[in-house]
Design a protein. Structure first.
Length: 268
């Protein structure tokens, strides 16, 4: 529990509204904290769907993640890139599958506590080159070495990506669970630093699908949803190369930076 308690203590220092802990996720986060402390990560004791998804990968989930990787391979030659950054990784199953297929990749994982605790647990069991939150929480950009390691970062460390050459930014299903201004904040960094972007999100205009829309700040839900236009505006340095419907209304999208010489900021 030391890592979880450290994550939660650290999170109080930051403005979570800016970095993604909306009313919707605040509700599930509190539930997840109670379950972790009571049952650790014993999947047989979890009954809420989001709690279970964070620690257990069923066949349907594995197939979906395999489909996403197969889609990415149509546009990205993973043998020719080195760095992947994923925001909202949850149980990190997609990156675990990707890492097994391409062991040379350096992967930067970002999420909010307490779901980051599931990330830490799963990644530590599935890769030898793993850098724990207890080390990354105080890292400077110069401390991150592109050497095939998997780094577990808190979401407030996300600006770090501006100082690394991020070959591929990856987000699967979590942007749609954030307020549009929160997504815009993250995309500002992606827009300046990544060479390629892969998104797997609900991009239709149905307010009844997925995370329900809240009527006011007191309700559990997303007040201002993010749609395709938000991504186009937020990724102004990118061309949308492909949009394909997978399981309606979930869509694959691949974005390529217009500037082929996109480079990281120098570390001062």
């Amino acid at each position: 529990m030391k890592i979880l308690n450290t994550m939660l203590k650290d999170s109080k220092k930051y403005n979570n509204t800016l970095y993604g802990l909306t009313n919707y996720w605040n509700y599930y986060a509190k539930s997840f904290i109670r379950h972790i402390k009571k049952h650790n990560l014993d999947q047989s004791k979890y009954h809420r769907v989001y709690d279970a998804m964070s620690i257990f990968l069923n066949d349907k989930g594995k197939q979906r993640y395999t489909d996403i990787i197969n889609y990415a391979e149509k546009y990205i030659n993973f043998n020719e890139i080195n760095t992947v950054a994923e925001l909202g990784c949850g149980g990190a199953y997609q990156m675990i599958l990707l890492k097994k297929k391409y062991p040379h990749l350096t992967i930067l994982l970002f999420d909010i506590p307490p779901f980051l605790y599931a990330t830490e647990s799963n990644v530590s069991k599935n890769t030898d080159k793993f850098v724990s939150y207890m080390d990354t929480r105080t890292m400077k950009p110069s401390d991150v070495v592109i050497d095939g390691s998997v780094y577990v970062f808190s979401n407030w460390m996300f600006p770090l990506i501006m100082y690394k050459n991020i070959d591929l930014f990856w987000n699967s299903g979590s942007f749609q669970e954030m307020e549009s201004d929160v997504v815009g904040n993250y995309l500002d960094y992606v827009n300046l630093s990544a060479k390629n972007v892969l998104l797997y999100e609900c991009m239709d205009n149905s307010l009844t699908w997925g995370v329900r829309t809240a009527k006011n700040n007191r309700e559990r839900g997303v007040i201002k949803r993010v749609w395709l236009k938000n991504y186009i505006d937020g990724l102004s340095n990118f061309n949308l190369e492909n949009l394909s419907i997978h399981e309606f209304p979930y869509c694959f999208t691949y974005w390529r930076n217009k500037n082929e010489k996109c480079r990281a900021l120098p570390v001062l």
